[in-house]
Design a protein around this ligand. Structure first.
Ligand code: S3P
Length: 387
């Protein structure tokens, strides 16, 4: 069964080719907007990520894929028609926080809906929606692994609290296209709200049929940027212009002499970036500090703790504060040739373990490559093909 044995072994000879993939965040947004705008839609370069599929299956009972080869490797064009919109009441979302927080406001359409998922999913923040339900008198029932609700949003304006997740604002903005205004306050990861604004602009045109292209996934590209910086990329990777200046920042940061980095607008980069800084620190003896990471605790796992655990396993010393991680060289009595076994709970932590494997002399055995399907199917298949 998947993840039963430590099936892969890596070491300092590991090199990985650049495997681009399309953005799961944009794919999510285009799906939601197609449903809300209620128009025939063609989505090119649709992401094969598990998360995007979860949202697709929740929104549509039927859809058509046309497969083709693009610069992202094997990819697909997804065709959606309004008559294929879901008629089901209950949907299983596994551990996809994005699906949950995007679907709730869209499903506030007067009908009854039930969203089910893993237990961790319902431990993650839902505060804004719970408050919204109470304020609007919307009936809801939340249990350990599901939420049921039925209601409608009737106001013209909503003030959304994004201190725990930007997805509350993104979800409300997509559900409210051409219907109500959304204001939001301060919070980290604001670039994801800009991404929502951009997706709305791309889709909310007057033409009857919608056609959009999903751009490259920049969080996954960051993983390859780190490999490239340390000369562990097999082959080269094409230059690419990021949509926003914050999208492609890793290469620049690694080349700089800075020692403090604020990740509040690039939270998803924390695992691969801490791995990169730990390797740099082992090479040059400098200390590095990452700040702005408070919300990492709300991810698929408690990412701050997972980051510390993985760094410690590879012999890097770290200390953790309320909103910071400090990386302080390598532990002096560490055996660099020993075998390391680890079981990352989620995709971004798996990425980080792969990077650290490239700098470990002994063998590294990593379980659970299935978690990579969440955002990067190509990398998952590549590891499956590795001898
Ligand atoms: O809108 C999106 O697509 C996302 C927003 C961010 O969530 P939070 O604002 O909850 O951190 C990000 O971490 C997540 O991976 C994807």
């Amino acid at each position: 069964m998947a993840g039963r044995k430590f099936e892969k072994n890596f070491d300092e000879n590991l090199k990985i080719p650049y495997l681009p993939c399309s953005s799961k965040s944009y794919s999510h947004r285009f799906l939601l907007l197609s449903y809300v705008l209620n128009r025939p839609t063609k989505i090119k370069n649709f992401s094969f990520s598990e998360d995007a599929n979860i949202t697709l299956f929740a929104l549509y009972d039927n859809y058509k894929f046309k497969y083709y080869n693009s610069r992202f490797g094997k990819t697909a064009e997804l065709i959606l028609l309004p008559k294929w919109k879901t008629k089901k009441e209950a949907h299983y979302l596994k551990d996809s926080g994005s699906s949950l927080r995007f679907l709730i406001p869209v499903f506030l359409d007067g009908k009854k809906h039930k969203l089910e998922g893993s237990e961790r999913l319902f431990e993650r923040p839902l505060d804004y929606y719970e408050k919204l339900f109470k304020d609007e008198g919307i009936e809801f029932k939340k249990s350990k692994n599901s939420i049921e609700f039925s209601g409608k949003l009737t106001r013209e304006k909503f003030d959304v609290d994004i201190s725990k997740s930007t997805q509350f604002a993104s979800g409300m903005m997509m559900a409210g296209v051409n219907q109500f205004d959304v204001n939001y306050g301060e919070g980290p990861n604001i670039q994801y709200i800009h991404q929502t604004e951009d997706a709305i602009l791309r889709m909310n045109k007057s033409s009857e049929k919608i056609e959009v292209h999903v751009p490259e996934d920049m969080s996954n590209r960051a993983f390859f940027e780190v490999l490239k910086y340390f000369n562990r990329l097999d082959g080269d990777m094409p230059k690419m212009k990021a949509a926003k200046s914050t999208d492609n920042i890793i290469g620049e940061w690694l080349k700089s002499n800075k020692s403090i980095f604020d990740l509040s607008n690039n939270l998803d980069l924390a695992p691969v970036f801490t791995a990169a800084l730990a390797i740099k620190s082992a090479m040059n003896g400098k200390r590095y500090k990452i700040i702005g990471i408070k919300n990492l605790a709300f991810k698929e796992s408690n990412r701050t703790l997972e980051i510390k655990k993985v760094l410690n396993l590879f012999g890097y010393a770290v200390s953790i504060g309320r909103d910071a991680i400090v990386i302080c060289e390598r532990t002096s009595d560490f055996d660099y040739e020993r075998s390391i076994y680890l079981y990352p709970k989620e995709h971004r932590i798996f990425h980080m373990a792969l990077i650290l494997s490239c700098f470990h002399k002994g063998r590294v055995f990593i379980k659970n490559k299935e978690c990579l399907k969440k955002s990067h199917f190509e990398l998952y298949s590549f590891l499956g093909r590795m001898k």
